[in-house]
Design a binder for this molecule. Structure first.
Ligand code: SF4
Length: 204
């Protein structure tokens, strides 16, 4: 994206019943997320953005119950993913946000899909400007090019993209691209669906 029109982006998201806010810095967005969450319990989806902002640690220090599979040992991860879906608030990033206000994601496990679509009735999505794309084609292209190969390497998965930085629509058992979903508006019953946009690059 050459130039991002944040006013237009906020208008696009608001027209779809999302609750957008724009911040100059990640620190400001972090404070806003903590204020939105208050003393509620939080489930977190896999997110380098949330990790890098150290949001889970800040919430735990405030006494919030935090359910995040990235914080626990391998044998406890599935239970943490399940618990996250029943928290008061679900928090994660998005793989891409189109300028007309659609959130585009690809999941391997489907926990983010469940959390964002049919999970807690309050959602906080945080993203950096590097996730903003012009449309659906660019969203998918960005995810396959910038997100999946890096995630595959982080997880030690034996996928073609991990070795070549290219997607081969693989049929490997390690395939991460199992669910592709586009949130065009908050699902019903209508969620309080916050979208916090940061004018910095964050996450993958
Ligand atoms: S389909 Fe396979 S090769 Fe393509 S991005 Fe997903 S995991 Fe990588």
């Amino acid at each position: 994206m050459a130039e991002i029109d944040y006013d237009a982006l906020v208008h696009s998201l608001s027209s779809r019943r999302f609750l957008p806010q724009v911040f100059d810095t990640a620190q400001e967005a972090k404070a806003a997320a903590i204020a939105i969450i208050g003393n509620k319990s939080v489930g977190i989806g896999g997110s380098a953005t949330v990790r890098d902002m150290q949001l889970a640690e800040a919430l735990q220090a405030n006494g919030n119950a935090v359910y995040w599979h990235w914080l626990v040992a391998k044998e406890a991860k599935q239970a943490a993913r399940d618990k996250a879906l029943t928290a008061d608030v679900y928090m994660c990033s998005t793989n891409a946000l189109t300028t007309d206000g659609r959130l585009v994601n690809i999941d391997g496990t489907g926990n983010r899909a469940a959390g964002l679509i049919y999970g807690p009735h309050e959602v906080v999505v945080i993203l950096g400007k590097n996730k903003i794309v012009s449309g659906l084609d660019e969203a998918i292209e960005r995810i396959k090019r910038a997100t999946c190969p890096t995630n595959a390497r982080r997880l030690g998965l034996d996928t073609p993209c991990a070795k070549t930085d290219k997607c081969y629509d693989c049929r490997t058992t390690a395939r991460m691209c199992n669910v592709t979903f586009i949130l065009e508006a908050p699902t019903r019953p209508v969620k309080a669906f916050h979208v916090l946009i940061v004018k910095e690059d964050l996450g993958l």
